[in-house]
Design a protein around this ligand. Structure first.
Ligand SMILES: [Zn+2]
Length: 143
């Protein structure tokens, strides 16, 4: 069993239970420190390639409240925080249905508020989504 000296890179060294000694350059350190040095510089993990990343890539599964056929007004809602490309954070709300998180756009809550004001006994609603990206439109329908 040979041990590489982190200073002179020779193998003429010994790792004792409590210390590491290099017979070549007389470098001495504790076994703990020696292992730390090895972790930092010794075993560099193989770098992932673009190919590795591409093969492992899974598009983020963002479910939307509009993906549901009908939604109960009693479903729990939670706050989430996301990161934009410029590293600034933004908050959004998700409805938890059968353990899955469905994003609830602010405009849906705004419309649902009006529905509940005019129809306080509304139990179920449905969200219809039209368009994509910046021009996405949500229509909330009381069921
Ligand atoms: Zn040495």
């Amino acid at each position: 069993m040979t041990f590489l000296c982190p200073k002179c890179k020779s193998n003429n060294s010994c790792l004792y239970p409590d210390k590491f000694v290099c017979f070549e350059c007389k470098f001495e350190t504790t076994s703990l420190e020696y292992n730390k040095i090895l972790e930092k510089g010794g075993h560099k993990p193989k770098m992932a390639t673009i190919k590795d990343a591409a093969q492992a890539y899974e598009p983020p599964q963002t479910l939307n409240i509009a993906d549901l056929d009908k939604v109960s007004v009693e479903v729990p809602i939670e706050d989430r925080e996301g990161k934009k490309k410029d590293n600034t954070t933004f908050k959004y709300k998700v409805a938890i249905v059968n353990g899955e998180e469905y994003r609830v756009p602010a405009t849906v809550l705004k419309d649902l508020k009006i529905i509940l004001e005019t129809k306080p006994d509304c139990k179920l609603f449905k969200v219809v989504k039209e368009g994509e990206g910046m021009s996405t439109d949500y229509t909330v329908i009381s069921l």
